[in-house]
Write a protein that binds this ligand. Structure first.
Ligand code: GLA
Length: 731
């Protein structure tokens, strides 16, 4: 899969689907040549076209006027040596110089994929699945090595990249910036798709031209955030869901991130992704090593669906881990939107009595069971049971849940501390804070300094006390505010720029310790909804709450945006009350069910308040979901019509062998004199005859080429329809 041609100095990483080419250019600069559809042979046509250009300097100590770092397409750019584009790395030497200039030294190829220490990453199960090229570049003046790692998987259009800095000299260096990856693309028209959002409006799809100058997407909030997901896709103006090229860049990281594009003066486009340089300054003492997070690059020549499909398989099969990686995820009833903080044993018993006969499989006790938490003003950090709320305590709740043949889930918010808590009274320094300054509250809580091991240990031991005593089958790990006063009492002045990355490493450390100790617990990530929905968290927790917004119409967009980069098995979606608590919009029970059933399904409402007719609907939804759960959670997901354009849209799930498919269609606003719109299915076997639930037969080719008219079932806003097709025979 990986070759190096000594005579031309060209590296070629390739499989059946993609090729990635780079070369060692004059001056030992590592040049980027090509990333795209697989080629079997490279004759050298992408070699750097030399030209003397004004105001683009030449290599240091060279008088060759037609060779400039300012226009050379590179794999890794330095700082302050004649490449004026955004650099991949900035290192400050002891003398204050901020010049970095890494040149090629050597390479090695290893079978499989080495692990990234203390960081989430994609992996192989067998070394035959992938090969990894590790290229060493050196900045001789800094006496610093850079190991650039490129993994190519045998059957996916994916390159996994990361970088590692090693200080081999005697100076203390400071890393002011380091990307996980860089690619410089030759001139072409690019647009960029990003996933901006907000709390309760996560991952909206935005597509814009890549103009001259710098286009940047980032989070400075201490987490990957609702506001900008660590994922972008570069596409051409004619790229659609089904056709054209798409280049995905996704970070396996949950902290401050930065994705940068720069279109230069001759229309070449540089792409960088990594830890955000904002507030970052890492001290690299002699012999120290700094490992960047991983970036996952995906190429598709079959449009955005092709790219998403690759990410779905990659994240599900080679990033997520553990017992629940492929397991059927249980249908949940969560008490949050039913009771908020106001629950007691009898209310919970009532929820259980209602849930069990409907076929719901797991009860999740949300916020409010610990400390003296009766509202959101206290007790974070005190992970011991609330003294008065639950008769017989959590053990008794767990017993009651298991008696009903259901599983028991519990909510934690491990990274937070309330000023009204025993933990804060004992250790006020455990909260992030800048000496002599005020502490910014958000939801009336502070953030624990997870860059400190003793803080992470404290929370771990408190959680263990509960989890060793109570039978818990699931944990919802929440995170309900962003970081401020990013400063640690435990670090010296010259390492304060490390706090936010160290915080993220602390989160990963606690998550790893918990999943290792409790392999039977299913973990769900959450951050005020989908505020930390990223591949980093997915390495520890196979699913995440997609949004606090459970409004079916809003969820169409949120789930569509999320599906660009993340598999449906990672996305939890619940039916809640109507009118919706976030948007005030009233939608039918059916529509809410159909949207929520497109992910990992559950309910988040007071079942006791449902009418008998609604309970019948719930029973049907639960039964339908159980019947098709495997297909929804582990089948291929295809976006048929976009939730961001038009009035009707559709998505589809197809099994791997194409023997069954589910088509979900949604209509937004009701129209008098409605237009006749068509939906055509995709991804089926044209030669299979499929049968729907009414016993009608259709050819696979017919469903894909002829399709259906989307005639609304009723004259109402926000309607939905689900059709199931199973293979009857081969034509
Ligand atoms: C966050 C979560 C909700 C719920 C509350 C509890 O907002 O997203 O689902 O758990 O916290 O405080």
């Amino acid at each position: 899969m990986i070759t190096f041609d000594e005579s031309t100095q060209v590296f070629h990483l390739h499989n059946q689907q993609i090729s990635y080419l780079m070369s060692v250019e004059e001056g030992n600069l590592l040049a980027h040549l090509y990333f795209g559809k697989a080629v079997s042979h490279y004759a050298g046509e992408r070699a750097y076209p030399r030209r003397d250009r004004g105001f683009s300097g030449n290599l240091p100590d060279s008088s060759e006027r037609d060779y400039s770092k300012d226009t050379l397409l590179q794999e890794w750019s330095g700082n302050n040596t004649g490449d004026y584009r955004v650099p991949a790395v900035i290192i400050r030497d002891e003398n204050g110089a901020r010049q970095t200039d890494f040149r090629y030294q050597s390479y090695r190829i290893v079978a499989g994929k080495p692990d990234l220490e203390n960081l989430p990453h994609s992996y192989v199960v067998d070394d035959s699945e992938a090969q990894t090229l590790i290229i060493t570049l050196t900045d001789t003046a800094l006496n610093c090595d850079l190991a650039l790692s490129y993994t190519i998987f045998d059957n996916w259009a994916v390159i996994a990249r990361d970088a590692k800095l090693i200080n081999r000299g005697s100076h203390v260096l400071h890393i002011e910036k380091i990307a996980s990856m860089q690619i410089d693309f030759p001139k072409q028209d690019f647009q960029v798709i990003s996933l901006p959002g907000a709390h309760a409006r996560e991952r909206q799809v935005e597509r814009q031209e890549v103009g001259h100058g710098v286009t940047q997407f980032e989070s400075r909030r201490g987490t990957s955030s609702h506001h900008m997901n660590p994922f972008i896709a570069l596409v051409h103006p004619d790229t659609t869901e089904f056709a054209g090229e798409a280049f995905g860049v996704q970070l396996v990281y949950s902290g401050n991130h930065q994705e940068t594009l720069e279109r230069d003066y001759i229309d070449q486009t540089r792409v960088l992704a990594g830890i955000n340089e904002y507030d970052f300054d890492w001290k690299l003492s002699p012999k120290d090593v700094f490992q960047t997070p991983e970036a996952l690059l995906v190429y598709s020549d079959q449009g955005l669906n092709g790219m998403s499909n690759t990410y779905h398989h990659l994240l599900r099969e080679r990033v997520a881990r553990g017992k629940y990686q492929y397991a059927k995820r249980p249908i949940v009833i969560n008490n949050w939107e039913a009771t908020f903080f106001d629950f007691d044993s009898s209310k919970i018993q009532e929820i259980l009595n209602n849930a069990a006969p409907l076929g719901i499989e797991m009860f999740v006790l949300d916020d409010g069971w610990f400390g003296h938490r009766d509202d959101d003003n206290s007790s974070l950090g005190d992970w011991f049971e609330h003294a008065h709320k639950l008769q017989g305590g959590l053990k008794e709740v767990s017993r009651q849940v298991h008696d009903k043949n259901m599983r028991f889930g519990l909510w934690f918010e491990p990274e937070m501390i309330s000023t009204d808590s025993d933990l804060y009274r004992a250790h006020p320094d455990y909260a992030l804070q800048v000496p002599g300054r005020g502490k910014t509250l958000s939801r009336n809580q502070l953030v624990l300094d997870f860059s400190r091991k003793e803080v992470v240990d404290n929370i771990f031991h408190q959680m263990v006390k509960i989890l060793d005593n109570v039978k818990v089958d699931y944990i919802k790990w929440d995170m309900n505010r962003h970081l401020t006063e990013v400063y640690s009492a435990a670090l010296p002045a010259d390492q304060q720029g490390e706090v936010s990355h160290r915080y993220t490493l602390g989160v990963y450390d606690l998550a790893e310790r918990l999943i290792e100790r409790y392999p039977d617990i299913l973990f769900e990530g959450c951050s005020g909804g989908g505020g930390r929905f990223d591949a980093g968290m997915l390495y520890y927790f196979p699913q995440s709450w997609a949004s606090d917004n459970t409004d079916a119409v809003a969820r169409l967009k949120i789930q569509t945006g999320t599906s660009l980069a993340y598999p449906m098995s990672s996305m939890t979606a619940h039916v809640s009350v109507s009118p919706n608590q976030q948007t005030g919009r009233a939608t039918s029970f059916e529509m809410r069910g159909d949207v929520a059933m497109s992910g990992v399904f559950g309910y988040e409402l007071d079942l006791a308040k449902l009418t008998d007719a609604e309970k019948e609907i719930v029973k049907k939804q639960v039964a339908f979901y159980k019947e098709h759960r495997q297909l929804i959670q582990y089948g291929d997901f295809i976006r048929i019509k976009s939730a961001f354009k038009g009035n009707d849209f559709a998505w589809e799930f197809v099994s791997k062998d194409k023997s069954e498919a589910l088509l979900f269609r949604f209509k937004l606003m009701s129209l008098a004199q409605p237009e006749f719109t068509l939906t055509k299915m995709a991804g089926l076997d044209p030669k299979i005859v499929y049968e729907d639930e009414k016993g009608h037969s259709y050819g696979g080719d017919e469903l894909m080429s002829i399709g259906f008219y989307d005639v609304p079932l009723e004259a109402a806003d926000w309607t939905s329809k689900v059709d199931y097709f199973a293979a009857k025979e081969r034509a």
